[in-house]
Design a binder for this molecule. Structure first.
Ligand code: ATP
Ligand code: MG
Length: 426
């Protein structure tokens, strides 16, 4: 019996499917078709404990606030974004005081964090089938990093992460290609199918054709390193940062350091901004007599000290989803030291989506141009990935492809299913 395992290692969500002699099955992971790509690492001064997937954020919250003299923790929700980048090498979890006569330190690398996702997926496969994954086809964005060396680094790190989870061999396949395969039937005739996969971190477009009795062919593809997460970041910058002293001035007009404010939502670089030096500087600023927003700066200090950023980002993401169907929504955070209640209007979401919208249009145009295919010649559009559910995508598709049939990846498993079907279909 031939078994092929497909793994969608997503920026926001991951999943696994198995193809047995042509039959595809999505494996439930922690009770769902997909599980969040969140990893929590907690260091108690002796060892690091990991929680990956659905329980990660709860585990992180349950340890708040940490005692920095004894313990340390980090929540990494989108490690895939850091995978191609040399500067994202990991997070140092450390304790300041002696524990049992030693100065314990624990280094948790990018590969360690990524491996926890593979371990979680592998455990679900073992629980369901009794047999661990040893080989798998893993999805990759069309554009993985800024250049070939970043792409190579990403492949190398994902291979090491998979190996740590006991998966000895992985091969890669472009995610939109896999998605199309997961959504079309052998008998479908498609002259020009456009796959639009907008995930948490990437926007991928591929043009495919498939004639009855012939294998699917990829005509062209295009991609950008931008996704739903960038909308969250933009909302965070516009609506949350001003609450956190972002507009404060001191010393006759100085602003809070850009390097601090800009890196706040980059949770994969979390260790950068828990540095005590930032907190010391902010404490000094809030003591200045001409600091215009002492409360805001104090809230930023509390936010950093209690590690509340990932919780705020989750609240922002929720508002983004709610605003797809309502005209107003509230960013609500109710932690012991950090409380936020910020109303957001639909038009503010539109502004926050602007960059992603442009990237989607550019990627579609680039993909069609490469293939020399016009918008009118597209007969099917595959709408794949969580961020492709956004209203602005419907507007783009109605404008560009009014004649095309639209196929939606309802349960967000098209990529995984397609990956597991790849060798049998080709
Ligand atoms: N209804 C919705 N409206 C708008 N955005 C949504 C909706 N549902 C999910 N999203 C967004 O979709 C993104 C996650 O999509 P998905 O699970 O397809 O990403 P991924 O596969 O993990 O990422 P990538 O493919 O980029 O690596 C998140 O940014 C999430 O906020
Ligand atoms: Mg995806």
């Amino acid at each position: 019996m031939k078994r092929i395992v497909g793994i969608d290692f997503g920026t926001s969500n991951s999943s696994v499917a198995i193809n047995h002699d042509g039959q595809t099955e999505t494996i439930l992971v922690q009770g769902g078709d997909t599980t969040p790509s969140d990893v929590h690492a907690y260091f108690d001064g002796k060892q690091v404990e990991f929680t990956a997937g659905r329980g990660a954020i709860e585990s992180y919250l349950s340890h708040l606030p940490v005692n920095p003299k004894k313990e340390m923790q980090v929540l990494v929700p989108n490690i895939k974004k850091g995978i191609p980048h040399e500067t994202c090498d990991g997070s140092l979890l450390w304790a300041e005081t002696q524990v049992d006569g030693a100065w314990p330190k624990a280094y948790v690398s990018t590969v360690d964090i990524a491996s926890r996702i593979f371990i979680e997926l592998n455990q679900s496969v073992i629980a369901k089938t009794g047999t661990p994954i040893t080989e798998a086809i893993v999805g990759r964005p069309v554009k993985f990093g800024q250049n070939i060396s970043e792409q190579e680094l990403a492949f190398e790190r994902l291979k090491s992460a998979a190996k740590t989870a006991g998966i000895d061999r992985i091969d890669f396949l472009e995610e939109p290609v896999a998605a199309a395969r997961g959504l079309v039937d052998d008998s479908d005739i498609i002259n020009n199918g456009l796959v639009l996969d907008i995930g948490g971190g990437t926007t991928d477009v591929a043009l495919i054709s498939k004639k009855s009795g012939r294998v699917m062919q990829v005509t062209s593809s295009a991609g950008r390193e931008i996704g739903g997460l960038d909308v969250d970041k933009s909302l965070f910058e516009r609506k949350v940062v001003p609450q956190l002293g972002g507009k404060a001035t001191y010393d006759k007009g100085s602003r809070l350091p850009n390097i601090l404010l800009d890196s706040l939502p980059d949770v994969h670089r979390l260790s950068d901004f828990v540095q005590p030096s930032y907190i010391r500087a902010l404490n000094e600023i809030s003591r200045k007599h001409d600091c215009t927003d002492k409360n805001g700066v104090a809230l930023l200090i509390d936010t950093l000290e209690t590690g509340a950023i990932p919780v705020i980002l989750k609240a922002v993401e929720k508002v983004k989803k709610t605003l797809q169907s309502t005209s107003t929504a509230t960013i609500n955070v109710d932690l012991e030291k950090v409380k936020l209640n910020v109303q957001v209007e639909r038009h503010e979401l539109k502004t926050a989506e602007h960059k992603l919208r442009n990237a989607v249009v550019e990627s579609i145009d680039e993909c069609l141009k490469k293939a020399d295919v016009s918008e009118q010649e597209v007969d099917v559009v595959f709408r794949v990935g969580g961020a492709a559910r956004s209203n602005f995508v419907s507007v783009i598709l109605d404008e560009k492809f009014p004649q095309a049939k639209v196929v939606v990846d309802e349960d967000l498993t098209a990529v995984t299913r397609g990956l597991s079907q790849s060798r049998t279909t080709f």
